[in-house]
Design a protein around this ligand. Structure first.
Ligand code: MEV
Length: 438
């Protein structure tokens, strides 16, 4: 067993030495590899080292850009950080397609964030209701230091409500608090407020005369934490067009295309196996922009998938319909995002992404990211219901296969020419390279 004590206190070089001795038989090429990925600018490297604990090197992902996104009449070039080869190409394709058909429309429907103090109480609910009622101004005054700046920016605590959960878990109640955190994601703000609410509960319980001694003793705080489920922090992204206007190089029969497209979405609405993959395609676009803009993609993923299952069954996030001669495709997405605070003020590439998007407010970023998801979904369903996904996917994947085989520049040119009009498959590419090399 390679248990190590006090690891975080070692220097970066000592950590690498331990790693290479313990797992790589002291192979110095591993050290060289890790150092190859260090930034030569020491200040920049230090910044990255300090984002997390025990940093040994950096891990690169490509950042691409998808131009021609027309959203509410304004044109954006959208930064995307992702490893999957076809995602940026698909986003660009869908953006260009819709730019010629009026662009995307996006609307922020709500911006409320949520946090809970989870606690146990084994007494009279009636008394507890009175207690929480009496504490309402105390919750506010005790968090005044935390909320002052947020209130100046127009945000703050919206409500603090007692929820009775005892039917599902004995003695379990919550303070369910809602917040407006304006342009920050607000995690620290919300958690600080919640912990102070919990302190208030803890401290005030013994002073509340209606409670018996047993009731006072039964109140126990379990935890205080924001929720990443944000069904009331919602943005809608949509496109619509006359069906005949959908005609393009790839869509010869727009009526047939629209009908098949709607069927594909219906399938994702009723069939969980399909819904998960359908929504994964949406998240290809969403996560790529969330990452590029320094937001928390785990929080977004968790919240979005919970939303997809909000009615008790996991279903499609997007919807489509044909009304008369009109095709409509839309999606509501819960997105709690920040454009200030966190990585947004620190990571140079995040700052770059924000500048590229013309310094969006959180509301603007919600719209851009929901549109990126819808565009990705449109591109995927368009491919799936027409050419199939592999044609475009393998074309983009071709370069990965060539790199796996350390293809030279000449070999790459020959392969790209050969497959320009042919179906790409892993084995066909390998055969072709082997023939070239013979
Ligand atoms: C691949 O990353 C995403 C797709 O599978 C999405 C979909 O099937 O809708 C193409």
């Amino acid at each position: 067993m390679n248990i190590v004590n006090g690891f975080s206190k070692l220097t970066k070089q000592q950590k690498i030495n331990w790693l290479v001795e313990t797992y790589f038989k002291n192979d110095q090429t591993v050290v060289q590899l890790l150092k190859l990925y260090w930034n030569s600018n020491e200040e920049l490297q230090k910044l990255h080292d300090e984002f997390i604990e025990n940093t040994i090197t950096n891990f690169y992902l490509p950042m691409g850009i998808a131009p021609n996104f027309v959203i509410n009449g304004k044109t954006y070039t959208v930064p995307m950080v992702i490893e999957e080869s076809s995602v940026v190409a698909a986003a660009s394709n869908a953006a260009k397609f819709w730019s010629k058909r009026g662009g995307f429309k996006a609307t922020v429907l709500s911006t409320e964030k949520i946090g809970n103090v989870h606690f146990m109480f084994g007494g009279s609910k009636h008394n507890l209701v009175q207690f929480i009622e009496k504490l309402q101004p105390v919750f506010r005054s005790r968090t005044a230091n935390i909320t002052r700046n947020m209130e100046k920016r127009g945000g703050g605590i919206l409500s603090i409500v007692l929820k009775d959960k005892t039917a599902e878990l004995k003695n379990y109640y919550q303070l369910h608090a809602t917040f407006d955190t304006k342009d920050s994601m607000g995690a620290n703000f919300i958690n600080s407020c919640l912990e102070e609410f919990a302190n208030v509960l803890r401290e005030e319980v013994s002073n509340f005369d209606l409670f018996t001694t047993e009731e006072k003793e039964s109140l126990q705080i379990v935890m205080s934490i924001l929720s990443n489920y944000v069904p009331n922090c919602l943005v809608r992204a949509e496109v619509s067009s006359k069906i005949s206007d959908l005609k393009s190089k790839e869509i010869e029969n727009p009526q047939e295309f629209a009908e098949k497209f709607v069927q594909a979405v219906r399938i994702a609405e009723i069939e969980t196996y399909r819904a998960v993959t359908h929504n994964k395609g949406i998240m290809n676009g969403v996560d790529a922009v969330v990452l590029a803009t320094g937001n928390d993609f785990r929080a977004i993923e968790a919240g979005v998938h919970a939303f997809a299952a909000k009615d008790g069954k996991y279903t499609s996030l997007s919807h489509a319909e044909i009304v008369g001669d009109e095709f409509r495709f839309w999606m509501d997405l819960p997105l709690a995002l920040g454009t200030v605070g966190g990585l947004t003020n620190l990571h140079p590439m995040v700052k770059f992404a924000m500048k590229l998007l013309e310094k969006p407010k959180a509301d603007d970023l919600m719209q851009i990211i929901a549109v990126a998801g819808l565009a990705q979904n449109f591109a995927a369903i368009k491919s799936l219901t027409t050419t199939g996904i592999q044609k475009g996917h393998m074309k983009m994947h071709l370069m990965n296969i060539l790199n796996q085989f350390n293809a030279s520049a000449d070999e790459k040119t020959a392969v790209l020419q050969h497959f320009a009009e042919k179906t790409v498959s892993h084995s066909a590419v390998v055969d072709f390279i082997e023939r070239l090399r013979r």
